[in-house]
Design a protein around this ligand. Structure first.
Ligand SMILES: [Fe+2]
Ligand SMILES: [Fe+2]
Length: 409
């Protein structure tokens, strides 16, 4: 019996086997005909593919064809940005294959765009440790925690908080509430019936999950006003969202619980860089210029110029804003996941970030593809074949979700 990825299924096809979610709960029984509502349920629970009876169709549709010459050119160009990775590793090979196909088909530049921000007058800082010390001493202030995020994180930490408490906090910000409802009503969540209130969202999705999602959205909102000449915030939001979407689907595919927290972790994974762009534009100019030399990744340039990395800033910010430790760990260790308290969860963000860069969806200022930590990959029970299903699934949801975040629709 053939396997069909979710995007290849058509209403009327009949299931050849039972379909279960990641915890083994039965979603749909063998012999049942698939209808459009079921497709949303599969997506929501992260079911990457199902087996259908082989007398239904002539097999999955062929993927759209792409000019082999374009593919060859894209592959050649991409090799240089994958230079820190072993293309013979099965996961890297699959990511590379998907990236070549996606970039060739969608017209994403085959070469990775490097920043055009000019170097500032400043020289690499010799007193960067002093600067971090200043941040810690609050001489250079990290932004104060906005009331809504403070209240949301307070609610997450309080075991006695009720769904009404959470709904009340979120409803005080009509813009946030509306954005949240659009997200939970999107195909990415795939609920069969419309969720029309925050209280209902809390009931259906869970209080801590909705609070974390609201805190993540509100945090991204705060850093939106970075001047365009410093960095393209919209492209940054798209990179962040790509990582979040991939993280949620990867987690479901790898049987990892609490997929919502991983979505928010992905969304906020580079928040430290947003803080850098917003508060240290002079040093950022130096960094971005230094990172275009074609040899050094921005992650390492940060250390050289600033004396610390965006993940260090995230650690300070999350501590100050009292984000849950588990979420902070996923973010702080996304470049070295095996050092996290829960390496598998940090590995999800690590992998999602690599894929987001490989696909060329959005920008974070980084021009190279981060090197896959193969020990972290081994902690994930995801096969390279599953990546082939997960990546197109994530791409499918991206544009609509980005339009919600950037307020373009
Ligand atoms: Fe990062
Ligand atoms: Fe990133």
């Amino acid at each position: 019996m053939p396997f069909y990825s979710i995007d290849q299924l058509k209403p009327g096809m009949v299931l050849a086997t039972d379909v279960t979610d990641m915890s083994g709960r039965l979603l749909l029984s063998k012999g049942q005909a698939i209808d459009p509502k079921h497709l949303n349920i599969f997506k929501m629970w992260g079911v990457p593919e199902v087996q259908v009876q082989d007398d239904q169709e002539n097999g999955p549709e062929d993927s759209p064809t792409v000019d082999p010459e374009v593919m060859r050119h894209t592959a050649e160009s991409l090799k240089s940005v994958f230079s820190g990775n072993d293309l013979n590793h099965p996961a890297v090979a699959e990511i590379f294959r998907q990236a070549v196909f996606h970039r060739s088909r969608s017209g994403v530049s085959p070469t990775v765009e490097r920043s055009t921000v000019a170097a500032s007058e400043s020289t690499p800082s010799s007193n960067s440790l002093e600067m971090r010390q200043k941040i810690r001493n609050r001489d250079i202030k990290l932004p104060e925690v906005p009331t809504i995020i403070f209240k949301l994180n307070d609610t997450i930490a309080d075991p006695f908080s009720s769904s009404d408490d959470i709904a009340q906090v979120i409803s005080k910000s009509p813009g946030l509430a509306a954005q949240l409802l659009r997200i939970v009503n999107s195909a990415f969540y795939g609920f069969p019936s419309r969720i029309d209130s925050i209280s209902r969202a809390v009931t259906v999705i869970g209080s801590k999950e909705i609070s974390a999602l609201a805190a993540g959205i509100a945090t991204m909102e705060i850093f939106k006003d970075i001047p365009k000449n410093v960095f393209d915030t919209q492209a940054f939001t798209h990179h962040s969202l790509t990582c979040g979407v991939l993280a949620r689907i990867l987690a479901a595919g790898g049987n990892i619980r609490n997929t919502e927290q991983l979505f928010v972790s992905g969304l906020l994974h580079d928040i430290g860089r947003m803080v850098m762009f917003r508060y240290f534009p002079r040093q950022v100019g130096t960094m971005l210029a230094a990172a275009t030399d074609g040899e050094t990744c921005l992650y390492d340039v940060e250390k050289r110029v600033m004396g610390f990395r965006h993940t260090d800033i995230a650690a300070d910010l999350f501590e100050k804003w009292k984000f849950p430790v588990a979420l902070s760990q996923n973010v702080v260790f996304h470049h070295r996941p095996t050092s996290a308290q829960d390496p598998a969860r940090a590995a999800v963000i690590h992998l999602a970030d690599i894929i987001a860069h490989a696909l060329g969806e959005g920008k974070s200022g980084e021009w190279c593809i981060p090197t896959l930590d193969t020990a972290a990959w081994d902690k994930l029970r995801i096969s390279p074949q599953t990546l082939a299903t997960i990546i197109p699934q994530a791409i499918h949801h991206l544009n609509f979700l980005t339009s919600i975040f950037t307020g373009e629709s």
